[in-house]
Write a protein that binds this ligand. Structure first.
Ligand SMILES: Nc1ncnc2c1ncn2[C@@H]1O[C@H](COP(=O)(O)OP(=O)(O)O)[C@@H](O)[C@H]1O
Ligand SMILES: [Mg+2]
Length: 286
């Protein structure tokens, strides 16, 4: 069973969107994902409740509820059939909670928006993951998702440069798309939409599922080295054959460790990083 934690203490960065769409992807590939919702807003849970019986089943656990009638361990118990646990976390996690949340995580996804405020929040989050939660960059457990991207904007370029400096891979670049908004409303993910509607969105998930399939500690090409559309040919993972359940721990897609993700153009590295990003990079020993 793989445990994937989606976090970024900044609200609105796309944690829930990533968590539910990843669950939708896995469920449509006949895996058995479980969504664990630690956010008292319960958005993930609400999304699961909107799903229809005919849709691929996704189990959800209301981890934010404190139920005094049962033990915490019982409340957070994951069904044996689960192949993946996707943990959706609340905004405003403090550094200590960050350690607790990430201790058992196989992969940590940090969605970040291309705005100055979000880049600064992300820099703090990554710093805390490296320094407080003591996650080594070499473990290849942390991946950033550049979310709601509009290419050719200055903030996008600045996001790319910032992540490049930290040496943390961008494992997906997700465009700003109404499909995510609509899917959240009706209990589906982009992988469950008609292909003529969501083809472009679905293609952007390929590098992400490939990165998730790699084992921790695998060598990873540094950000900036990959070309546009990397990994597209491996097409969103090979589903297990119909009626053949995926075994626990099985990769979600053929491993392509050298493909950290999509369009990481080198950008103009001559431009200076913001002071905070540079300080974070220095503090983290890069
Ligand atoms: N790639 C995207 N394109 C369009 N809207 C998005 C995208 N990602 C997130 N959103 C929207 O942004 C809002 C905040 O996203 P959400 O996933 O709830 O963030 P968080 O869980 O980090 O607070 C939601 O309304 C969501 O539908
Ligand atoms: Mg959320």
């Amino acid at each position: 069973m793989q445990r994937i934690v989606v976090l970024n203490p900044k609200g609105g960065s796309g944690k829930t969107t990533i968590a539910i769409n990843l669950a939708s992807y896995l469920a449509t590939r006949r895996y058995t994902p479980v969504l664990m919702d630690f956010d008292p807003q319960g958005s993930t849970l609400r999304w699961v409740r909107k799903r229809r019986p005919a849709q691929a089943p996704i189990h959800a656990i209301a981890a934010f509820e404190k139920d005094s009638r049962t033990t915490r361990a019982f409340q957070l118990r994951v069904p044996d059939v689960a192949t993946h646990v996707i943990v959706d976390t609340p905004a405003a996690l403090d550094p200590r909670q960050l350690s607790d949340m990430t201790r058992d995580a196989d992969k940590i996804l940090v969605p970040v928006l291309p705005s100055d405020i979000d880049i600064h929040a992300c820099s703090r989050c990554i710093r805390d993951l490296l320094l407080v939660a003591k996650i080594s960059r070499d473990e290849n457990r942390i991946g950033v998702i550049a979310n709601r991207i509009r290419r050719n904007t200055l903030t996008y370029q600045s996001l790319i440069r910032f992540l490049h400096t930290l040496g943390i891979p961008i494992v997906a670049t997700i465009r700003d798309s109404q499909n995510y908004v609509r899917g959240a409303e009706i209990g589906i993910g982009v992988h469950e939409m008609k292909s003529y509607v969501a083809q472009e969105d679905v293609a952007q998930w390929v590098p992400l599922v490939e990165w998730l399939a790699g084992s921790p500690g695998e060598a990873q090409a540094p950000p900036g080295g990959s070309s546009e559309g990397a990994g597209t040919a491996a097409a969103a993972g090979q589903p297990p054959a119909a009626g053949e359940p995926a075994s626990a721990g099985e990769p979600v897609a053929p491993a392509e460790p050298e493909a950290p993700a999509g369009p990481l153009g080198p950008g103009d590295s001559s431009q200076a990083l913001s002071g905070e990003a540079a300080a974070t990079a220095a503090a983290a020993g890069f």
